[in-house]
Write a protein that binds this ligand. Structure first.
Ligand code: ZN
Length: 461
């Protein structure tokens, strides 16, 4: 499917929302997914180096547009994914935007003994094929930590020079931020902490240098279990209040504490919330503390989906319940109005028949056919509508949180369906619904705030 063919109107829009997002009201939610790893081969049907089902990227983008998520900022987390993301931006102009940077988990390329060239394709040459994917969120306690890395300064200079070229030659309409960059001390098996710090500091220096040469860009940052070092490196480069940070930054997939969130917000940074930010009661307390004028939302697909075991899920259940109650109430109002109309029609018909009978008696035209029981004829009853909503005895029980789109296992892939376990940008409405529930706000308030913040920082409108 060509990019031009991607539009919400080319598919039938779903009429009911699964998550309690207002669907009959005047407001249509609009979303920008600020962190989606759409360059991951999983969105082409490739899992761990093997083609498991047809390339359904166009379907993924279509479903996203169908829920109102018409802007996707695709994360570049390595040279390859940054370049692939730029190709996607060409394929889906005005829908796909990109970032370019080296993720902390991909920062082993800065080390002397790292085997492959930093621009090498990350395809199929890892024994288990896992290297092809963007690193999943979350620690893996089974993996040993990398030794303190021996950073190769010549290599580092070359990587930064190549990244600069990539950024300077990318169309500015597509490339809207630098990153993903930062620190991740939960996943030291990919890259040691010392190498991560080097890679982050080197990229921050590039950010400042690009700004000086007339290319100031906002930052897409990653910070996991490393808050103090993360803030220190930012301040080292941009000053104690980040006063020389060229165009702001978002710390995506935020999972830190309330105190950390407050420190970052006070430094003028934005916080990105996805399913990983909504796992526990504590996570949700932190989200409650994120100010609306600092909030952005994201899916981080194919990772970070909201699962039934997560605290955030309970807000989806509540929203779905309230949507069902509202639908039921609306149905009752509709039925009452229908009954009132029927009664009025019957009354009018009876009155008319009585008048006719009286007139006939007065005219002496008795003998005209009476009704069998001598009473005026009954008006025709309106045909009763076959109401499916009341006829659900043999229907399957609706899940507590209905799926907006059909979900199938990858082995049973079918056109138009989502793949179980592969998070997609269309699920961003769940993030907005949960954040709204946590904060006691409407989905509209959350969506509009996140939209405005994102447009302000990334210029994606
Ligand atoms: Zn990240």
């Amino acid at each position: 499917m060509s990019s031009a063919a991607i539009s919400a109107s080319s598919l039938a829009l779903p009429t009911a929302s699964s998550d309690g997002v207002p669907s009959g009201s005047d407001y249509s939610p609009r979303y920008i997914d600020i962190g989606i790893n759409l360059a991951d081969p999983i969105f082409r049907g490739r899992y761990h180096g093997k083609q498991r089902h047809p390339d359904d990227l166009a379907g993924v983008v279509q479903r996203s547009c169908d829920v109102g998520c018409s802007k996707l900022i695709v994360t570049g987390s390595s040279f390859k994914s940054s370049r692939d993301a730029l190709k996607l931006a060409q394929q889906f102009p005005n829908t796909v935007y990109t970032t370019a940077g080296i993720h902390p988990c991909s920062s082993a390329i800065f080390e002397r003994n790292h085997k492959r060239h930093h621009e090498a394709d990350e395809v199929d040459d890892a024994e288990d094929g896992t290297e092809e994917h963007t690193p999943a969120c979350g620690p893996d306690p089974t993996k040993p930590h990398a030794e303190d890395g021996d950073v190769d300064l010549a290599k580092s200079a070359q990587i930064i020079a190549d990244l600069r070229t990539l950024v300077e030659t990318a169309p500015s309409t597509a490339l809207v931020a630098l990153g993903e960059m930062g620190l991740d001390y939960d996943r030291l098996h990919y890259c040691s902490a010392s190498t991560q710090r080097h890679a982050f500091a080197a990229q921050l220096k590039l950010v400042a240098s690009l700004a000086e040469s007339g290319k100031p860009l906002p930052l897409f940052l990653h910070s996991r279990a490393c808050h103090a070092d993360f803030v220190r490196l930012l301040k080292d480069q941009f000053g104690p209040k980040l006063e020389t940070l060229p165009r702001g930054a978002v710390v995506h997939s935020f999972t830190g504490s309330i105190a950390e969130a407050e420190e970052l917000m006070d430094l003028g940074l934005y916080l990105g919330v996805n399913g990983c930010s909504l796992k526990t009661v504590e996570n949700c307390e932190v989200v409650k503390a994120i100010r609306l004028d600092r909030l952005m939302i994201e899916t981080d697909g194919p990772w970070c989906e909201v699962r039934p075991t997560h605290e955030g899920w309970s807000y989806l259940v509540k929203a779905a319940e309230s949507a069902r109650t509202k639908a039921k109430e609306a149905e009752e109002v509709r039925k009452a109005a229908e009954k009132a109309a029927e009664d009025a029609a019957r009354e009018a018909a009876a009155k008319e028949a009585a008048e006719q009978a009286a007139k006939a008696a007065a005219d002496g035209t008795a003998g005209s056919e009476p009704t069998s029981n001598g009473r005026p004829p009954r008006p025709p009853r309106q045909k009763k509508q076959n109401n499916n909503a009341n006829n659900n005895n043999n229907k399957k029980k609706e899940p507590a949180v209905p799926d907006r789109f059909k979900v199938v296992k990858k082995e049973k892939w079918e056109e138009g369906a989502m793949v179980k376990g592969r998070n997609e940008p269309c699920t961003i409405e769940r993030i907005a619904t949960i954040v709204a529930g946590i904060k006691g706000l409407t989905v509209e308030e959350v969506c509009e705030a996140a939209w405005a913040n994102t447009v302000k920082v990334f210029g994606t409108e």
